[in-house]
Design a binder for this molecule. Structure first.
Ligand code: GDP
Length: 418
C-alpha cells in the first residue's frame, strides 16, 4: 500500500462550539475562506473579482452544512489538515451530542465579547468537560459596542470554572479594533485590510507604548499558567533564565491537552479580524489524533474491554457518527476512523450488527470539493457512499478484529404480567 495521505501529527479534528448567535457560522465561514486562500497559494489570481469570491463562498456554503469539512492551514511553511466537525446546536444531553463530542479531539468555544458566557454555552461547555475535550476560546464580536475581552474571560472563570488565561491582548476596540498582541511571542500584529475587506496581520517592530503595561501584566499571568504545567520552565522563569517560544508553547499545550487550561483569543469574525491567529492556535495548542488516549470498546463476543491506538498498523476501527443525504452522491455515511487503514473496495464489518459493508467509495469532504480517497486511515473523517446496513453509533472494524466503541443501550422490554 502507498503511504497514508496525511500524517497523524499534522491533523486536527475540531468542533466549534457556541451559544446560538455568538458567531459559530461566521467564524467557520471565515476559517474556510482563509484556509482556502492559503492552500491555493499560486493558484489564486491576485485581484480576483469580489464576485468570484462570493460565488466561491456560496459554493462553500453547501459544505458548511456538511457534517465534517476538511481544510488546510499553512503554518510556518507546513500544511496542517483541519477537519471541522459540525456540533449540534441544541443543548440536551442526547446521544447525538455525545457522539459528536466523542468524534472530535479538541474544540474552539466561541463567545460573544459583549455578553461573555451565556447560559446555553454553560451546558455545552460542561458536556465537553465530561468528555474530556480540550478547548481554546475565541472571544468574538470584539468590534461591537461594549465589547470587553477581559470581562469575557472573567465570565469564563466565574460561570464555567475554567482556568481561562488570555493568550492575546487586543489593540483598539469596537470600530477601532486594529490589532492584537501575541503574548507568547510578544509580537504586535496590525490588521491590514485588502481591497475586499479581508484582513491579514502584519508584524510591527515593537509593541506600541500605550499597550506595553497591559501586555506585560497579561504576559506574567500567561507565564504563571504555563509554569504550573512544566517544572523546567518554572525553574527558568524563577531563575530569570532565558527560555524559548517553543518551550513556552509546549508548556501551554500540556495544560490545554490535560484539560486544565483554556487559552483565550480575541477577534471579530464578521470584520475578518483574528481568525488567522485562531487557526495558528488550533495547530499550536489543540491535540492531534496521536495526542489523544487510545479509544476503548468491547469485544462483541466476550464483552472484554479492548483498546485501539491511533496508528495505521492497528486493526481498523471507526465510528459512524452521522448519516446525511448529499444532493450529488446520495446517502453519505460519515465515519471517524480511530485506528488502522482500510482500502476502498475492501470490506469492513459492522460490529454492532455483524453485517459486512463494502467501502465502495470513500470521500474526503473538502471545503470546496469532494475528493475520492483510496483508503480511510486512522485520524480521518470520511464520508462513505453506498453503505446499506450502518446507522449512527455503529462501529466498523477489520474482519476478525471486532470491537464495539459505543455501548448500545436497549430500551427496557415491557413485561406483560397479565
Ligand atoms: P451562530 O448562530 O453562532 O452560528 O452565529 P452567526 O455566525 O450566524 O452570527 C450571528 C449574528 O452575529 C449574525 O448576524 C452575524 O453577522 C453576527 N456576527 C457574527 N460575528 C460577528 C462579529 O464578529 N461582529 C459582529 N458585530 N457581528 C457578528
Amino acid at each position: 500500500m502507498a503511504k497514508p495521505k496525511y500524517k497523524l501529527s499534522d491533523t486536527r479534528n475540531i468542533g466549534i462550539m457556541a451559544h446560538i448567535d455568538a458567531g459559530k457560522t461566521t467564524t467557520t465561514e471565515r476559517i474556510l475562506y482563509y484556509t482556502g486562500k492559503t492552500h491555493k497559494i499560486g493558484e489564486v489570481h491576485e485581484g480576483a473579482a469580489t464576485m468570484d469570491w462570493m460565488v466561491q463562498e456560496q459554493e462553500r456554503g453547501v459544505t458548511i452544512t456538511s457534517a465534517a469539512t476538511t481544510c488546510f492551514w499553512n503554518k510556518d511553511g507546513k500544511d496542517y489538515r483541519i477537519q471541522i466537525i459540525d456540533t449540534p446546536g441544541h443543548v440536551d444531553f442526547t446521544a447525538e451530542v455525545e457522539r459528536c463530542l466523542r468524534v472530535l479531539d479538541g474544540a474552539v468555544a466561541v463567545f460573544d465579547a459583549v455578553a461573555g458566557v451565556q447560559p446555553q454555552s454553560e451546558t455545552v461547555w460542561r458536556q465537553a468537560s465530561t468528555f474530556n475535550v480540550p478547548r481554546i476560546a475565541f472571544i468574538n464580536k470584539y468590534d461591537r459596542v461594549g465589547a470587553d475581552f477581559f470581562n469575557a474571560i472573567e465570565t469564563m472563570k466565574d460561570r464555567l470554572d475554567a482556568n481561562a488565561v488570555a493568550a492575546q491582548v487586543p489593540m483598539g476596540a469596537e470600530d477601532n479594533f486594529w490589532g492584537v498582541i501575541d503574548l507568547v511571542t510578544m509580537t504586535a500584529w496590525d490588521f491590514k485590510a485588502d481591497a475586499k475587506g479581508m484582513t491579514y496581520p502584519e508584524p510591527m517592530d515593537e509593541i506600541p507604548a500605550e499597550f506595553a503595561d497591559i501586555a506585560a501584566t497579561k504576559r506574567e499571568e500567561l507565564l504563571d499558567a504555563a509554569a504550573s504545567f512544566d517544572d523546567e520552565l518554572m525553574e527558568k522563569i524563577l531563575m530569570e533564565e532565558d527560555f524559548t517560544v517553543e518551550e513556552l508553547k509546549a508548556a501551554l499545550r500540556k495544560g490545554v491537552l490535560a484539560n486544565e487550561l483554556n487559552l483565550v483569543f480575541v477577534g471579530s469574525a464578521y470584520k475578518n479580524k483574528g481568525v488567522q491567529e485562531l487557526l495558528d492556535a488550533v495547530v499550536d495548542y489543540l491535540p492531534s489524533p496521536i495526542d489523544v488516549e487510545a479509544v476503548t470498546g468491547t469485544d462483541p463476543d466476550t464483552g472484554e474491554e479492548i483498546e485501539r491506538h491511533p496508528s495505521f498498523d492497528e486493526p481498523f476501527s471507526g465510528l459512524v457518527f452521522k448519516i446525511m443525504t448529499d444532493p450529488f452522491v446520495g446517502k453519505l455515511t460519515y465515519v471517524r476512523v480511530y485506528s488502522g487503514r482500510a482500502e476502498s473496495g475492501s470490506y469492513v464489518v459492522n460490529a454492532s450488527n455483524g453485517q459486512r459493508e463494502r467501502l465502495g467509495r470513500i470521500l474526503e469532504m473538502n471545503a470546496a470539493e469532494r475528493i475520492d480517497r483510496d483508503d480511510a486511515c486512522a485520524g480521518d473523517i470520511v464520508a462513505c457512499v453506498g453503505f446499506k446496513n450502518s446507522t449512527t453509533g455503529d462501529t466498523l472494524c477489520s474482519e476478525g478484529k471486532e470491537i464495539v466503541l459505543e455501548k448500545i443501550e436497549f430500551a427496557k422490554p415491557v413485561i406483560d404480567v397479565a
